[in-house]
Structure formats: C-alpha cells, structure tokens
Design a protein around this ligand. Structure first.
Ligand SMILES: Cc1ncc(COP(=O)(O)O)c(C=O)c1O
Ligand SMILES: N[C@@H](CCOP(=O)(O)O)C(=O)O
Length: 433
C-alpha cells in the first residue's frame, strides 16, 4: 500500500511522507493505491461496535503500520471525542450533526487527526513544519483549534477578507501562539491558489518545510470517511441509505466514496451545492467548467474550482457515466436556501444552518425518485450559530453555546495581504528566518 499522485501513478510515497508533503510536487493529489474491502462480519457487526473501534478499522489500512497500533488507537480515541447525533427531521429524512466538536463544524475530526499525526512525526524533529491552510470559513477555525497545542508546528491560515462570518473570523484570528491569520484581498479560490503555488515552488520548499491542512492532505481527508459509518451503526447494514453532502471542495463527499469502496453499503450520494455548482453541472453535462466564485449565504461552500474533483475523477477512472450513476447533483440559490431553512423550522421545528439547508434541498429532490424503503441522511456540517446573519431571519432563539460566545469577545489579529503570490512568498520567507 502506498500513495500515488493523481497526475503520475509512478510518483509513490508512504503514509508519513504523504502527510508531511501534503501535496505532490506535480500539482496532483495523493491517493491510496489500495482501498481494501473491510471484512463482511465487520460491516454486519457495526451496531455492536464503538465508534472509536470503527475509526481504527477504517484508518488502520491507510496508515499501513507507519504509526504503532497503540499510538494510532490513542490518536483516534482523542479524535473521536465528541458525539455525532443522528436526528430525525421527518419519517425518511435524518440530519447527521457533525458540528459538536471544538470549532462547531465537521472539520474537527480531520483537523484533530492530522494535528496528532504530524505531532507524532515531528515530536523529536530538529526542524519546524509550517502548515498552510486556505479557508472559506470553517477549515481555518478547526485547524487553529487542533494545532494550538502542537510543538514544532507553525500554522498560517489564508482567508478571504470580508467573506467569512463573524464567529468564523474570530475562530481564525484569535489563537495567537503558533497560528497566524492572513486576510487576503480576494476569494477562497485565490487563497487556495496561493497555497498550491507555494507547494509547486521548489526553491521555497528547499528553504521551508511546508505541509497542508486542507482536505488535499490525506490525513485531513480520510478520517471524514468515518462519518458515513454512523447511520449504519444505528440502522444496521440492511437499511438502504442515501447521503446528501453539502459540497464545496468535495473532500467530504470523496471521503464517502472511499467508505463505499471499503464495503459500506451506501445506496447513493447526492452532491448538494450552492450556486458554485461546477460538479452538479459536470454530472449533468460531462463537461467540467469551473467558474469564478460566487459569494453565497452558505459561504464555506463558495468554491469555484473544487480541489477534490481530481480525486473523484481518479476513483471513477475519469468515467463520467460511472460517476453520474453513483452521484446525483443539485444546486440551490440563496433564496431557495433561506426558504428551506424557514420551511423546515416551521414544519419540523429543526433549525438547519445554510449548508445543511442546501443538503436538505438536494436530499428532498433525490427522494422524489428514490425507492420507498430508502432513507436519506443529510450531513449537517456546521452549527447554525456560525451563520447568525442568516439564521436570525429564521428563528429568534438564542442558540449560542457558551463556549462559542467566548470567541466573540476576543480581539481579532490578522495580517492583511494582496492575492499576489510574491507577497505571500516574501511573508513565508520572512517568518521562517
Ligand atoms: C459548513 C460546511 N459545509 C460544507 C462544506 C463543504 O465541504 P467540502 O469542502 O468537503 O465539500 C464546508 C467546507 O468545506 C463547510 O465548512
Ligand atoms: N469549506 C472549506 C474550504 C476548504 O475545504 P477543505 O475541506 O479542503 O479544507 C472551509 O470552510 O474552509
């Protein structure tokens, strides 16, 4: 078992190297050479297994003995240290709430796993590692929280100025010790381009050891496969379950495709997008035409050119027909998203955040044509308190968890920067001296 680059199958590395490198030097993404089927007894026994054991069985083959078993089990136990409730909205629709971790978004699992793996790999190292992370809102806060206690690891977060919510911004800009926030005059795709340019800059990489904490890093992305096991742990393998995934960079959905390849009997995937809909359009037409990012109320999904699309193509051998059969795509405007939030709150007394609302919309479209025995699970990826400007139009409830309110009183500390790579490069070199 090794990892290859999606642009060159001969570019092979082990788990440790893939995690430390983050991104191959050829602008591809690392993919595991084997996605082995889990034993059928394991799938049958899911209802009897604790989530930490499921997490270990899912991730162990990918780590490929490069972390000792006891250490890996410890890392996974610490990663899966909060709940993932499955809440019934109506009789065939459930929300899998993935936002009960430290940053109130689904990124906490991947961020915690990655931080601990890197901490393990760098624990006795002489050199420091600098983590570069582009965020449209949620990844940055999860990564800042996860790495705030690590030694030998510096974190630089790039976020689009004025395009994240107040709470998201405070979660990025108030961890001082080893976390620096760069407020970029541009959109998320500019942030992602700056990070990718640094990985392709051989001269820079000779001077600074960089890695990534976006889903392009396999240790950020693979643990997300565990979420898809939760509903089967509750309903058992006989239940036909479709998953609607609110998507931006498509890391979460691709992690679901990996879980399915490992033998989890997922009946269908729904790629639910806002107006940044390059993938639903591809599923419909077979033409991949990324467009400039459009700002929306589900801002964390404002991604014009999703990086994990390369992995999706790789998993289906670039076969449009195969991908179209496995994944249905839908997209929603802001007006539709808000309407969904209002309807679901009024009818079922359930408060969706704007990203979960997009997923709900996709799920309902899909279920119109689905088999009667199938149930739908939408991934509720962020706590509604992260998007108060929109949520206030739906409910007057006070939904702020106490631990979230504390961020709002902290002072924001960020460095404003252009979206020019030379400026970013100079800052990285200056910081490394
Ligand atoms: C709340 C929320 N929902 C959905 C997404 C989209 O997830 P992905 O980038 O894995 O497609 C993000 C950002 O990644 C997010 O923060
Ligand atoms: N929506 C993300 C964008 C980055 O996605 P990632 O999963 O590749 O880190 C965000 O909230 O930052």
């Amino acid at each position: 078992m090794h990892y290859y680059s999606t642009l060159n199958k001969n570019n092979k590395v082990g788990f440790r190297e893939a995690v430390i490198e983050g991104l191959p030097g050829d602008n591809g993404l690392f993919m595991p050479s084997e996605i082995s089927k889990l034993p059928s007894e394991f799938i049958q026994n899911l209802p009897d297994l604790p989530l930490q054991e499921i997490g270990f069985q899912v991730l162990n083959p990918f780590v490929n003995k490069e972390i000792p078993e006891t250490t890996l089990r410890n890392i996974i136990n610490k990663t899966l240290s909060f709940d993932f409730p499955l809440v019934e909205i109506d009789n065939n629709t459930f929300a899998l709430e993935l936002y009960h971790g430290p940053s109130y978004a689904f990124k906490d699992v991947g961020a915690k796993f990655l931080a601990q793996c890197l901490d393990y790999f760098y624990r006795d190292a002489d050199e420091k590692c600098t983590i570069l992370v582009a965020t449209s809102g949620d990844t940055g806060g999860a990564v800042a929280a996860a790495f705030s206690e690590t030694e030998n690891i510096e974190v630089i977060i790039l976020y689009p100025s004025g395009k994240v919510s107040d709470l998201q911004e405070k979660q990025l800009t108030t961890y001082e010790k080893n976390v620096t926030a760069l407020e970029i005059a541009g959109d998320f795709d500019d942030c992602q381009r700056l990070v990718k340019s640094a990985f392709l800059d051989e001269e820079l990489r000779k001077k600074i050891q960089i890695s990534s904490a976006n889903s392009i890093n396999i240790a950020r992305f693979l643990p997300q496969a565990i979420y898809y096991f939760v509903p089967f742990q509750i309903f058992g393998e006989e239940q036909s379950i479709a998953f609607s995934v609110p998507s931006g960079n498509y890391g979460n959905l691709t992690a679901g495709l990996i879980a399915q390849k490992m033998g989890l009997p997922i009946s269908s995937f729904i790629a639910s997008a806002n107006r940044n809909d390059a993938v639903p359009r591809y599923l419909f037409s077979g033409n991949y035409e990324p467009k400039p990012t459009i700002p929306t109320i589900s801002n964390a999904m404002d991604v014009g050119a999703p990086s994990n699309f390369q992995r999706m193509l790789d998993l289906y051998d670039k076969g449009h027909d195969k991908m179209k059969k496995a994944i249905k795509g839908y997209s929603f405007t802001d007006e539709q998203t808000l309407q969904i939030m209002q309807n679901v709150y009024k009818e079922f007394d359930y408060l969706l955040d704007p990203h979960g609302a997009v997923a709900y919309g996709g799920l309902k479209e899909y279920l119109k044509t689905a088999n009667k025995n199938e149930i739908g699970v939408l991934l509720e990826t962020a706590h509604p308190c992260k998007f108060m400007e929109t949520v206030k139009k739906v409910s007057k409830e006070d939904i702020y968890p106490d631990s979230a309110s504390q961020f709002l009183n902290k002072e924001k500390k960020s460095i404003k920067m252009t979206a020019d790579y030379n400026d970013f490069r100079s800052l990285l070199l200056k910081k490394s001296n």
